[in-house]
Structure formats: structure tokens, C-alpha cells
Design a protein around this ligand. Structure first.
Ligand code: ADP
Ligand code: ZN
Length: 656
């Protein structure tokens, strides 16, 4: 990092020097033009007519004709100089007066000289010479162009935001920063705290880079790219750097927006340049941050315009990725927060076909991140990593790094020898203030509400026979979801009414727990309610699952866009009533179960507040074995055999 900085400074110094030299040149240029005819010598130019006049009057002493340049030097007799140069001649009586004359036709000139010699007006010598362009001549003829170029360079440097060494001549070059291999301060997995799953996934990439033969010899193809997906500051760049560091290969880093410039065709040419550079240094890693800047889905409708330049860049990127051989040793890692808006073509096999997810750190991970960043800080004894991690729910890795830095700055401001707990707490406060607008940072109260809510889901799904078995519950905010619970769904083709009702009841558990134990209800349950309502309508109007509308299905698989409802207004009312009744009934059932297990529910919520993530084992410790354990155990056993078993995630979103 420090290295990088000094590098940049160097560049800036260079830039400064170049700029000042350019300015000096400009200055000299103008000076030269202004003072070229400074009159210290009796030199000047004359027209051909004047030449003839002076010849006839007998002022001219000698002539030197430069036949190859169609000019001549006309030397004036010293005693005639006053007629030609006026006062200047009187001021400089010793100068050798000379005028340069342009000559149209050498033949005519010779004729005129002969005539003048005949009638005695001219008695001097005539000399023919060849002259090569003198330095001054060249300077004079080239100078205007030099001036224009100098101006142009200065202006484009301005346009490019001052120094940085990227003038007009390098717009098409990629702006990638390169981290060479073998640097002493390289990033390794040690520097990336938490993110265990992501790390295991990229470990394979490190293997590919270190030891490609092992894979290619068996006929395998090395992947070309992987996408790091996660919110800002979760360490995507860091992880990519660590991959390069672990494999000890060069690392090209640039941002997607670097490709996009106002000049047409620049993006594509930068992509080409980047890949050319990378191939020279292979094996290596290219890291493209914010790939959505170029990789956004291409416009479906060309008539709507769209950003052609960006599309060209994207096309070039795709072409390059397809173009280089699978085993060329260049692996592209790209980071984004939004996979959903990426062009599908980017995600196709052979391109970024792997996705590695990074999430905001939970309590333990935050502890680890703190530990990484506290390594270089002089800590006073009262600093407790555990407490710091607890104080920072919803913080990303970058936020935590920021806290540590800020704390050190605050301590320094107070002339402390060591960084104390208070400094960290003020740093946290400061950063929370800054973050509140950007991301979700939970207050203690909110955290409690969310914990109660999620614990409600967890408790109900534990005690309802047909609810999906629980795997993990968290209250770490991620994206728009405040908390989430993961369940293992059963594979089933048909679902019974009991199963659906149990599911509905578990989904309502969040809201029920809020109502029972906090005394108010919140928007935290909106997502739950939406799902429950849809499900209830489906059960009643489509699946014929209510008593009053038994065995009636108002769904038409043939005409989807029917204008009229296939039932009467009375039936519509009846459906509404039945839906309300069904949901109310499940809600009451949920509340009843929660009250029965109030103790356990509270323990669960408390555990969630403390640890933020709890697993099925923790729930089991509180409630004992699940009453319907045999079934869920079977599934869990199967799950351990098959890592790719589907998992439903039940997120609680706040806003719609
Ligand atoms: P992203 O690319 O995801 O926006 P970065 O990789 O640029 O995030 O992270 C910014 C900084 O935050 C890193 O340089 C590092 O100091 C810190 N950071 C983020 N995540 C972690 C982590 N898991 N472990 C240690 N430091 C982290
Ligand atoms: Zn919920």
C-alpha cells in the first residue's frame, strides 16, 4: 500500500516536472516571436522591388544568392545604410548591413544583375552558394507546430485530471494497476478474516495457478473466471489479491468503469490491451472491480439507443475471454454486488461460470477481522475484541478496518501512547453515524426485535410436525433482509393441507412473537405476511382446500388472461372470508405454541442477540430433540451425503 502511494507520488512529481518544462518552452517561444527582430544588428528583409530600387540607386555592395532556397543576402554599402535603415544605421555605424530578399526567378535575377552591371549601378561581387537549413530556419518553420502540440498536450493533460502520465497518446491503453509477483508485502489468506466458504472456493483457483499441469494432464480445463459477489467492503478485492499472493503471480487490478470513457472505441481497445499485457505475464490474475459498469445486460431493444460504447466494450471482453485458450494461465476474477443485472452472456460456461459469495461478517467473523486489523495497532489492555465485535453488528470488513484506523487517529489526537477502549467506541460511533444513511446498522432495540422475530420462526418450525427442518438462523442484516432462517425443504411433488398449514403457521411465527413479546408489531414481517396471504389464496381458490369451498378450483390453465373472474361476487367474498379465517387460525395456533415454549423462545432470542447466528444444534440444546426428529434426522443425514441439497432461505425484508 505504502509502495503504491510512493509510486503514485513519483508519477505526480514527474508529471509536475514535465508540465513545468512545457510551460518554460511556451514562454521561450512567445519571447522568441516577440523579440526576434530586436534590431541589435542591421539585418532585415526586403522585397524584390526594394532590391531593384537599391540596386538602381547604387546602395548594394555584394550579393550572395542561395539558389537552392530562392533567397539572397543583399549587403548594403555602409555609407548607404542610413538610407535603408534610417536611424538604426546611425546608432550602429559598425554593423554590417544586410537584407534578405526572396527571389522569384533566378533567371530574371541574373538578367537584372547583368543589366545593373552594364549601366554601372552595381559593381560588387555576386556569389552563388548552397545553403542547408540552419537550425534557426528549422526552428522558425517548426515552431508554430511545436507550440500547437505543446498546447494540445497541456490541454489534454488537464482534461485527464492533471498528472498521472496518461496523455492523449495512451487513452487506448488499459489503466490496470499491476502488482508484481514476489513482493514482500503481498496479501495472503492470513489477511482475509472469516469468509471461510469463499476461501475454500478460491483455494482451488490458487491450485490451478500454482500447478496447472496437474489438471490439464488429466484433460481437465482450468476455469477462466470467477465472480465474487457481495456487498461493498466485504473483502472481494482483498480476496482476489490474496489469491494472487498465495499463488505468487502478478495481479492486474482495475475497475469496470475504467473501461468506459467518453471516446468511442476506447473501452474495447483497453480490454484488448489488458489481455495482451496479461498474456505476457501469465500465469496471472486479472481483477475487474464493479464489473456491472460494463457487464450490465445489453439493451434488448436497439432502437432505444442504449450505451453502444459500453456494449462494444462488453462484447470485446466476451471475445477476449473466449479467445484465449483455457490453459493460458490467465484467470479473471470480477467483483459485483449485483449479479442479477449482469448480462447473461457473461455468466455462461467458460466465462464467469463460478460464483463465490461473500457476506457481511457475523459476530465471530467480525472478531477475526478485528484481530487482523489490530495486529499493527498498539493496544491498551482494556481493549476487548469480543466487545468490539459485539458493538459492530452490520459492519463490513472495510468498516471494521476503518474503525481500527479511526481509533488510532483519535488516540493520536489525544497524545495517547496506546489506543484505548474509549477510542474504539468513539470510532464506532463516528462510523455508525456515517453508515446509517448507507447501510443498515441496527440499534440494540431493533436487534432485539429481529432476534425475537427470527426466534419465533425457529421455535414454531421446531414444534410443528410438517414444517421444514431448520438448519440455521441469523440476524445479520444482508441486503434488504434483516434476518433470515434457512430450512431444508423436503423433496415432494405434492403437498398436503397439513404441510401447508404448518408452513403457514411457522411463517406467521415471526409476527406472532413480536406481538406477544415486544408488545408492538413491526414492518419486519411484511415479507412473511405477503407469502402467507398468497399461499392462503392459492389453497382456497385454486386447491380447493377450505371447508366452505371444498373441491373447487378457480384456476384456469387454458386461458390465463381471463377478463372475468370465474366466480360470482358472493364467492369472491367467501374466498376472502375463508382466507382471513385460515390465516387468523394459524396465527392463533402459532401464538399458542409460542406461549407454551416461551422460556425456550426467549433463550433462543438471547442466543441470537449474542451470537447472531445459531445452528440447528443450538436449538436442539434448548428444546431437546425435535418431537418429529426421526424424519428430520433422516433428511439431515442425507444432506450430509449430498452437499448440494437445496436450501430454502426465508428472508425477512423490511421494505417491499
Ligand atoms: P470490496 O472489494 O468487497 O468492496 P475490499 O476488498 O476493497 O472490499 O475491502 C476493503 C478493505 O476492508 C480491505 O482492504 C481490508 O482492509 C478490509 N477488509 C474487508 N474484508 C475483510 C476481511 N474479511 N478480513 C480482513 N480485512 C477485510
Ligand atoms: Zn419473518
Amino acid at each position: 500500500m505504502a509502495d503504491n502511494n510512493s509510486n503514485r507520488q513519483n508519477k505526480q512529481n514527474n508529471g509536475f516536472r514535465i508540465t513545468s518544462i512545457l510551460y518554460i518552452l511556451l514562454f521561450i517561444g512567445f519571447g522568441y516571436i516577440l523579440f526576434k527582430d530586436d534590431g541589435t544588428e542591421l539585418n532585415g528583409t526586403a522585397t524584390y522591388t526594394e532590391f531593384k530600387e537599391y540596386m538602381e540607386k547604387g546602395y548594394v555592395s555584394d550579393l550572395v544568392i542561395y539558389s537552392n532556397m530562392n533567397t539572397m543576402d543583399m549587403y548594403i554599402k555602409p555609407d548607404s545604410a542610413k538610407y535603408v535603415f534610417g536611424d538604426r544605421a546611425i546608432a550602429q555605424p559598425l554593423a554590417k548591413p544586410m537584407l534578405t530578399v526572396g527571389v522569384g526567378s533566378l533567371d530574371n535575377l541574373q538578367e537584372f544583375i547583368d543589366q545593373a552591371e552594364e549601366n554601372g549601378a552595381f559593381t560588387g561581387k555576386v556569389e552563388y552558394r548552397k545553403r542547408s537549413h540552419t537550425f534557426t530556419d528549422i526552428l522558425i518553420s517548426v515552431f508554430p507546430f511545436v507550440l500547437i502540440i505543446v498546447f494540445w498536450i497541456l490541454i489534454t493533460r488537464r482534461m485527464n485530471g492533471g498528472a498521472g502520465g496518461s496523455g492523449v497518446f495512451s487513452v487506448g491503453k488499459s489503466k490496470a494497476r499491476v502488482y508484481e509477483k514476489g513482493q514482500s508485502d503481498r496479501v495472503t489468506f492470513k489477511d482475509v478474516a472469516g469468509q471461510a466458504e469463499a476461501k475454500t472456493e478460491v483455494e482451488e483457483i490458487v491450485e490451478f495457478l500454482k500447478n496447472p499441469k496437474k489438471y490439464t494432464e488429466l484433460g481437465g480445463k482450468i476455469p477462466k473466471g470467477a465472480l465474487l459477489v457481495g456487498p461493498p467492503g466485504t473483502g472481494k478485492t482483498l480476496l482476489a489479491k490474496a489469491v494472487a499472493g498465495e499463488a505468487d503471480v502478478p495481479f492486474f487490478s482495475l475497475s469496470g468503469s475504467d473501461f468506459v470513457e467518453m471516446f468511442v472505441g476506447v473501452g474495447a481497445s483497453r480490454v484488448r490491451d489488458l489481455f495482451r499485457q496479461a498474456k505476457e505475464k501469465s500465469p496471472c490474475i486479472i481483477f475487474i472491480d464493479e464489473i456491472d459498469a460494463v457487464g450490465r445486460a445489453r439493451g434488448k431493444n436497439p432502437a432505444m439507443g442504449g450505451n453502444d460504447e459500453r456494449e462494444n466494450t462488453l462484447n470485446q471482453l466476451l471475445t477476449e475471454m473466449d479467445g484465449f485458450g483455457t490453459n493460458s494461465g490467465v484467470i479473471i476474477l470480477a467483483a459485483t454486488n449485483r449479479v442479477d443485472i449482469l448480462d447473461k452472456a457473461l455468466l455462461r460456461a467458460g466465462r464467469f461460470d463460478r460464483q463465490i459469495h461473500l457476506d457481511l461478517p457475523d459476530l465471530n467473523e467480525r472478531k477475526a477481522v478485528f484481530s487482523v486489523h489490530l495486529r499493527n495497532i498498539k493496544l491498551s489492555k482494556d481493549v476487548d475484541v469480543d466487545l468490539l465485535a459485539r458493538q459492530t453488528p452490520g459492519f463490513s470488513g472495510a468498516d471494521i478496518a476503518n474503525v481500527c484506523n479511526e481509533a488510532a487517529l483519535i488516540a493520536a489526537r489525544h497524545n495517547k501512547k496506546k489506543v484505548e477502549k474509549d477510542d474504539f467506541l468513539s470510532a464506532v460511533d463516528r462510523i455508525v453515524g456515517g453508515l446509517e444513511k448507507k447501510t443498515k446498522v441496527l440499534t440494540a432495540d431493533e436487534k432485539r426485535t429481529i432476534a425475537l422475530h427470527e426466534a419465533g420462526h425457529a421455535t414454531l418450525s421446531w414444534f410443528l410436525e410438517y414444517a421444514n427442518p431448520l438448519i440455521k438462523v441469523t440476524i445479520v442484516p444482508r441486503g434488504r433482509a434483516l434476518g433470515a432462517a434457512w430450512y431444508l425443504p423436503e423433496e415432494r411433488q405434492i403437498t398436503t393441507k397439513e404441510q401447508m398449514l404448518d408452513e403457514m403457521c411457522a411463517t406467521l411465527g415471526g409476527r406472532a412473537a413480536e406481538e406477544l413479546f415486544t408488545g408492538h408489531i413491526s414492518t419486519g414481517a411484511m415479507n412473511d405476511l405477503e407469502r402467507v396471504t398468497k399461499q392462503a389464496y392459492g389453497m382456497i381458490a385454486y386447491a380447493g382446500m377450505s371447508d366452505k369451498l371444498a373441491n373447487l378450483c378457480y384456476y384456469s390453465s387454458t386461458d390465463e388472461y381471463a377478463f372475468q373472474k370465474p366466480y360470482s361476487d358472493q364467492t369472491a367474498q367467501l374466498i376472502d372470508q375463508e382466507v382471513k379465517a385460515m390465516i387468523a387460525q394459524q396465527y392463533e395456533r402459532g401464538k399458542k405454541i409460542l406461549l407454551e415454549h416461551e422460556e425456550g423462545h426467549h433463550q433462543l432470542a438471547q442466543l441470537l442477540i449474542e451470537r447472531e447466528v445459531i445452528m440447528a444444534e443450538d436449538v436442539e440444546k434448548i428444546f431437546g430433540k425435535r418431537p418429529w426428529a426421526s424424519r428430520s434426522e433422516e433428511i439431515l443425514e442425507e444432506e450430509s451425503k449430498d452437499d448440494n441439497a437445496p436450501v430454502v432461505e426465508n428472508k425477512d425484508k423490511v421494505e417491499p
